[in-house]
Design a protein. Structure first.
Length: 274
């Protein structure tokens, strides 16, 4: 008995719109077949068994949402053979991502966040999901909670996971902006929500002007989320350019307790939303 197709180590590609390809396995045997399969990528794996009345099995529906190395063992009439293929992904266009976001509630500002984080890319040059140094996966760089195998490979599910986290940030932003019966604009909610994706509050209450951007934070325009608290005596009386010249050499090593710059959600929101 032999698996006659597909060719060993053949590559199948998920479409840009997240549709899984037909992957038809066929043997030269007859009668009922059992197909034992395993899909694995990095530390993620999923296995199962399928049965068919004949010598063909299309793995597409079974492994939908998954990618990486697909290993299949076909068994029939007391004989078996194994084959392995690879499933890779194709990046959607920015327009496809924007169109998907347009169908999702509470996504205002999330497009800018995705553009900043991943430039709407979900897969790397080899067709595997992108992965950051801190184990952030896919277009949304999902880190905590750890995403599922499907959220890592299916870019729409990855975006859904990101939007679920963004919804929590948005709810916290609304709770903050409505404290003591205060009101806010749609633009203020967008900035507050994006800011909280990175950490901290964007606005402070001003008795005369209402909610305003925190005036004590000055940002380094040459970075994405680094800035200075101008209530720090070491930062007072200096321009952003002077502070950049003083501190920029220490950025690459990560912030130390002795540093007078910090990571600010305010600067993150400014960098993303302008």
């Amino acid at each position: 008995m032999k698996i006659t197709s597909p060719a060993l180590n053949a590559v199948f590609q998920i479409t840009a719109d997240a549709n899984w390809p037909s992957i038809v396995f066929q043997t030269d045997a007859t009668g009922p077949h059992s197909w034992q399969w395993t899909v694995s990528w990095n530390a993620f794996t999923k296995s199962g068994v399928a049965s068919t009345p004949g010598n063909q099995w299309d793995a597409a529906n079974t492994i939908a949402g998954l990618g990486g190395q697909l290993k299949v063992q076909a068994s029939a009439n007391g004989q078996s053979d194994s084959a392995s293929v690879k499933v890779t992904g194709q990046n959607p266009s920015a327009q496809q991502v924007m169109a998907y976001l347009a169908t999702q509630a509470g996504s205002d500002g999330f497009d800018k966040l995705l553009e900043h984080e991943s430039k709407f890319k979900h897969f790397g040059g080899q067709g595997d999901p992108i992965k950051s140094f801190d184990n952030g996966y896919g277009m949304c760089q999902l880190t905590s909670p750890v995403p599922s195998f499907e959220q890592i490979w299916h870019w729409k599910l990855n975006v859904d996971g990101g939007l679920a986290l963004f919804a929590k940030k948005r709810a916290a932003a609304i709770q903050y902006l409505t404290q003591q019966g205060r009101t806010y604009t749609a633009d203020q909610l967008k900035y507050e929500s994006v800011c909280r994706w990175n950490g901290g509050s964007y606005h402070v209450w001003d008795a005369k002007n209402g909610w305003v951007r925190d005036p004590n934070i000055v940002c380094d325009a040459q970075t994405g989320n680094i800035g200075w608290d101008m209530t720090d005596p070491e930062n007072q009386g200096k321009t952003a350019q002077q502070l950049h010249q003083r501190d920029s050499s220490s950025y690459s090593g990560g912030r130390q307790s002795s540093d007078h710059w910090r990571y600010f959600g305010v600067c993150y929101a400014d960098a993303i939303l302008g």
